[in-house]
Each structure stands twice: as C-alpha cells, then as structure tokens.
Design a protein around this ligand. Structure first.
Ligand code: NOJ
Length: 714
C-alpha cells in the first residue's frame, strides 16, 4: 500500500481528539514527564520538542537521555489507542556533539559539497541520540548584522542561499529519508524574518511581493525542491499580518504555488502570540486563524489542543482542513520511516572523521580580510606573542545555538597555537597587565584574539552598534602604542564594522564562531599550514549607520554606484562616511594571488524561445594561480540587466566555483546561465525573462571587473 492509502486507512480509525493530537507538539523534559506520558496515552500528542525553554539557543538545555526518548515512544506505541509513533524534534542547528561553524560562516566556505558532508555527520550524531527532526536550516536572508540571528542564516545573497539550502537539507535528510541516520529538516523562518526594522527581533517588516519573491523566497524554493520535510512560520509581523495567520503566505504561496508537500509547524508559541500582535483577540481565534492559514502543527502553546475540537464541532473549521493537516504530518512520519523504526538505534559514529570534516569546514569558513606587508603566514623564526580576551576561551568558539556540543573537544586558541608552534609566547592573562608588557616589547608581532560571547548573537540578541566593542578597541590601541604589528583574530558571530579599528591592525583574520575546531583552524591559518579561502557571505559595513548595506541593490537615480564606486566631488551618499562598504560581498584574501584571463561567452545572443528550450550562455575564463603557494579561489559570476520592466540589481551572483590551484597552475572555469538564472518575478509575480542587454562580470568578489555583454532577443 502506498503512503497516502495507509494514511487514509488510519484516518478512518482515528477519533477527532486523536486527529487533533497529531497537530500538537509540546516540550518535554524530566520535570513534566508524567503529564506528557498521560497525554501520549490519550493520543493527544503528535510530536515532542526536546527543549526546556523558549529560546533554546541561549539557555542551557538539559538533555533528554535516549532511553527516556525511547520510553516515551514506547508509551505512544504500546499504550495509546492507535500506536502512532511520536516525532522527536530538537534544534540541531550547526552541530551535535561535533560542532561545525555557525551557518553564516559555513556560507563563507562557498563549498556546498563540504557543507553537505558536515551536515551528514551531525545528522548521524543526533539520530544516534534518538532525535528525528531538526529545526534547521534557517534560510532567512539578512542584510542586517544588527540582527543577532543573522548568524544562523545563509547571508545576504539569494543565490548562495539556494545552494546552501539544498545541501543542508540533503545533508540532514540523506539520500533516503527512511534511513535510520537521517533527520527531517525544517526550513525556517518562513518568511522575511531577516528583514525586520532595525534588526529588532520579534519586530516588524514591510516587504513588497517583488522583493519577497526575488530575494527572501528563493532559498525556501530551493529547500522545497530538495525535499525539505517541514517549514516553520516566523514570529514577526509582516505587511500588517503574521506568517502564522497568513493564508496567502502559507496556503496559497508555500503549499499551492510552490508545491510544498511536507507539513508546516509554527514557531514556539507563534500562534498564541498572534494575540500580542493584535491579530487575534484570544487563543481560540489564534488557533482558527493559524489552521486556516495552513499551519499544520502548533509548537508548544496548546492552542490547537485546547480549541480545535470546538472549532470543528461548531463548523468553523472543516473536517477537510483538519484532515489535510493530519495527513501532512502522518505523511512525514511514514516517509522518515517512523512506523518501521520508531526507536533510536545505534549508528556507528566515526568521531575522528567527523572532527576532520569539522576542521575542513572551519578552515574554509575563515576569511582573511587584510594582510599588509604579507605579515601572514607567520614565519616560525619570528618572535610572536598571543594575547586577547578570547585567547583562553572555549564555549564562545562553539557559537550560539549549540545545545549538545562537547566543549571538552574544543581546544583554546592558546593551546592550538602552542601545539603548532611551541615557541610562541602566550600571555599569562587575557588582560593587558603590566607583566605582559616585557614580552610584547620584545615581540616581532602580536596576535590579538578578539570577539564576542555566544550570547551576543542569536535569538533576541540584537545590537544597536556593530562596531568592535569599545573596550576591545581601546585594548588594541594600547597594544598598538607599543609599536608592534598587530594581527587581529576576530571570533564574532556576526559581521562587525571595523572602519576605526582596521588601521591599527596589520592583518585581520575573520574567524567567526567556527565550532569544535575553531582554535586549530586559526593556528593552521596563521602559521600557513592552511591557506585561507573563505569569502564574505554578507557585506561588512564601515559603521552601523550604513546598515542595511548589500551588494545586490538596484542603481540609484543619481549617486549611481554608491556600493561600487565613490565620487571625489563630495556627491557621496553620506556627509560623514564613505559610501562603499569596508569589505564587499564575496571578498576574501589568500596567501597566493589569482588572475582571470580570456573571458569569453558562447553564444552571445539567445532568444527567449531558445532559453525556454534549455539553451544556455556558456561563460568561460582561464583562472591561474600567479603566486607561490597552493591556494583555493572562489571564482564568482555576476549578472546585471541593463533595462527591465522592474529595477534589477546592479549585480546578482549567478554562479560560483571553488578551485584549488598549485603555483602557476591554470584551470578553465565555466558558468552556464540559462532561463533560470536570467529570470525574475516581475510586477505581476510572473517568473519571466525579458529581452535586452545583460552585463556579466567574472572575478574574485562582487567588484569583479572582467566584463562581457550578452543579449536576449524576444
Ligand atoms: C524559537 C526559535 O525562533 C526557533 O528557531 C527554534 O527552532 C524554536 N524556538 C525551537 O527551539
């Protein structure tokens, strides 16, 4: 029997209460266990969230032991009337025991295959502990580093976002979702949550349909195409409503238009919060709005559990609507094999391999922003002192949204540096006390490890100032006064604005919060065992006042290229700040250099009909390593439509490829641009390619200057 027939048969045997039970998710830990078991026995629970608080990325989360998870499952299977398995979910965001870099840093790898392998590893570790469903990936495009949650996302670019969405979903869900080592993924937070005014969490956003579809929707489309099992609605208010109450967003757009066939879960109490948002007058109305919008499962606020029965009995919610939601949830339970293997089973875990993958991820996530006088990589002959507030830190390096990461596996930057270069001098204190000064005075260069704690970013952790914290700025100024070259290692979750601090630093390695292997990757890069290859997934502003600032904005009517060039006649956007960002999207240095030559395209003209038939523009160039060490380059291809029915971005990423090249090695790189790459949603929300001329740029970041023109004929 196929899954849908099995569900039909099951539905015929389910009472109204049991159907509603499938739509109810509650949190469970040791303290409310008996109550939860009672609900399970009565078929009143479809899923358990293994979290003990509403902001589980910030608070320490007690772990629910695997045998307790199995015991709850046994209660569902043996003691509830129909024995339908529970679905156990937990926030496995960028790691389980082994922790990968924060998702924003993973985007900086521009290496989707590596990211996929990383997620496969953590899915296995989590599945081994009885977890079946994760609330990731977060696909909220964000152009605002003030928003603490930008660290959980894919960055500012929809194209990079689609690539990351695909591999994270496939990494979690594996080749066959029914396998024992998979997790059902959840694309969140649908939609536009990254666009809230001022970066204020739980706030408001206004997004036109044009921008919603062309920017914010793209990664979600990719997740759906990759078979994502679930989607979570966001907390914020959007265009005068909330996603959890919007039938247009959930039912019409997500389910009908995009064809999403999994189920939709609310965020933690986002149904009940429709009341605080002034969208529902009470919990019953909140439940009615959400189920009518198409939200299938209620996370943790029991609005469905308390009111759906009455809503169905009074005819305000049809049985058809209820069946639709139950069917979607049961469909995912069948698809992920819960009826065949409901309990956790032992999955062999190769921990040292997982650690190696995590190390490759952190190696490739870190971005070298500045390297004056080629001070890096450090020569072992040089007398180096390492100091700084994060030198001896472990937990911060794991980052926000790590519930089960093993801190003991993390080596501090101090230990990692000592391991690679035993003669390095580590100051006895992270503070700049006078007993550090003699060492610094004798040093050839000083490594300063700066950064923020895990709780400075993440949910409800926004900032009004994203500059280097003032006390850390004062700190580098004091060391700088001693006349030594400084190498700044920045362990932050979000992009920070470094216009003032940058001149004090001879080199800057942006190391993010890169998880278990952060310390080792920093040491390997500083001493040249690894050549840095990360590229920025988000623009780095000069100062907070430039935010929002992003590379894919349309041309302006006068200060035409404010992201791209500056005028010297005073016609810049701001009187008190330059108009360009400090570091643009796609930027990142290497210890070697690359050249791009012989850019060509074939053909240079295609008709819309030919594009629809699958023909593509084939762009190629010769990429050469012209330096003297092996390195990896992310070659990027950008597009600009010169004139369209809607103002299109000055540049849009349409392809990238990461290549490793030995000194003097040359490789051919190619990009294929077809209908999909040239199309956009127009004013009528139609996915169209319009005829006209397009500029193409290929190079090392969004400032790429090798250009070509292609044309599309009607
Ligand atoms: C609230 C967060 O917004 C969401 O991302 C998370 O998955 C849920 N809490 C569950 O912890």
């Amino acid at each position: 029997m196929d899954i849908l027939s099995k569900i039909k048969t099951l539905l015929n045997t389910m009472s109204l209460k049991e159907k509603i039970g499938q739509l109810n998710q509650e949190s469970c830990d040791m303290e409310n266990m008996e109550l939860i078991k009672e609900r399970i026995r009565h078929g009143q629970l479809g899923s358990v969230i293994l979290a003990t608080s509403a902001t589980s990325g910030n608070d320490e989360q007690r772990k629910t032991p695997t045998d307790i998870i199995n015991e709850l499952q046994r209660t569902a299977l043996k003691e509830s009337p129909l024995g339908i398995p529970l679905l156990f979910g937990r926030d496995v965001i960028h790691g389980h025991k082994t922790v990968l870099p924060i998702p924003l840093a993973l985007s900086a790898t521009f290496h989707p295959e590596l990211v996929k392998t990383g997620y496969r590893c953590i899915a296995q570790e989590a599945a081994n502990d009885g977890i079946q469903w994760t609330f990731a990936p977060m696909l909220d495009i964000s152009r605002d580093p003030r928003w603490g949650r930008c660290i959980e996302g894919v960055g500012e670019d929809p194209y990079l976002g689609t690539k990351m969405a695909e591999v994270i979903v496939k990494g979690f869900q594996g080749d066959n979702p029914a396998d024992k080592d998979t997790l059902a993924a959840c694309a969140k937070h649908y939609i536009g949550y990254g666009a809230m005014d001022g970066g204020r969490d739980y706030g408001q956003a206004e997004i036109s349909d044009y921008t919603l579809r062309n920017i914010y929707l793209r990664p979600f489309q990719s997740a759906i195409k990759s078979g994502v099992a679930t989607v979570m609605t966001a907390f914020h208010e959007l265009n005068g409503t909330a996603p959890s109450a919007s039938r247009y967003l959930v039912h019409d757009l997500l389910k009908e238009e995009l064809g999403f066939d999994g189920f939709v879960v609310s965020d933690w109490a986002s149904i009940e919060q429709l009341i605080s948002q002034g969208i529902a007058r009470d919990r019953q109305q909140a439940a009615e709005l959400a189920i009518k919008a198409g939200v299938d499962m209620d996370m943790s606020c029991r609005c469905y559990a308390d009111y759906l029965e009455e809503l169905v009995n009074t005819g305000r919610i049809s049985m058809e609507t209820l069946h639709e939601s139950v069917t979607r949830i049961l469909y995912i339970k069948y698809k992920f094999g819960l009826f065949e293997h409901p309990y956790s089973t032992h999955i062999p875990i190769n921990s040292s391999r997982h650690r190696e993958i995590a190390k490759s991820c952190s190696d490739e996530s870190m971005v070298l922003l500045k390297n004056q006088n080629h001070i890096l990589p450090l020569s072992p002959q040089k007398r180096i002192v390492a100091i700084g507030p994060l030198l001896y830190e472990k937990r911060a390096l794991l980052g926000n949204w790590v519930l089960d990461g093993d801190e003991e596996q993390v080596s501090t930057v101090a230990n990692a540096l000592k391991k690679i270069h035993p003669n390095i001098i580590l100051t006895s204190s992270p503070y700049l006390w006078e007993d550090c000064l003699p060492d610094i005075r004798k040093a050839d260069a000083v490594i300063v490890v700066l950064g923020e704690s895990k709780k400075m970013s993440g949910e409800a952790n926004s900032l009004a100032h994203v500059e280097l914290p003032p006390e850390q700025f004062a700190y580098i100024k004091r060391i700088h006064a001693l006349g030594k070259p400084l190498i700044g290692v920045m362990c932050f979750g979000r992009p920070i604005a470094m216009e003032e601090a940058e001149p004090y630093l001879e080199a800057i390695l942006y190391a993010w919060h890169c998880g278990t292997c952060t310390g080792e990757s920093i040491a390997s890069i500083l001493y040249g065992e690894v050549n840095p290859s990360g590229k920025l997934p988000m623009t780095f502003p000069r100062c907070t006042g430039q935010i929002p600032i992003y590379y894919n904005h349309p041309a302006s009517s006068r200060h035409e290229y404010f992201y791209y060039t500056e005028t010297d006649n005073g016609a810049n956007t701001y009187h008190d700040c330059r108009s360009t960002p400090l570091y643009p999207f796609g930027y990142g240095l290497s210890y070697t250099q690359f050249s791009y030559r012989n850019l060509s395209v074939e053909p240079s003209c295609l008709s819309i009909k030919e594009l629809l038939a699958g023909k593509t523009f084939r762009i190629s160039a010769a990429l050469q390593n012209i330096g003297n060490c092996t390195g990896k380059e992310v070659a990027q291809c950008y597009l600009h439509a010169r004139a369209s029915s809607m103002a299109r971005p000055l540049r849009e990423l349409k392809g990238f490829v990461k290549k490793e090249l030995a000194p003097l090695e040359e490789q051919q790189i190619t990009f294929q641009l077809g209908y999909k790459e040239l199309a956009f949603y127009n004013a009528q929300s139609k996915w169209v390619v319009e005829p006209g001329l397009f500029d193409l740029y290929v190079g090392t970041d969004c400032y790429a200057s090798n250009a070509l023109v292609i044309s599309v004929k009607p």
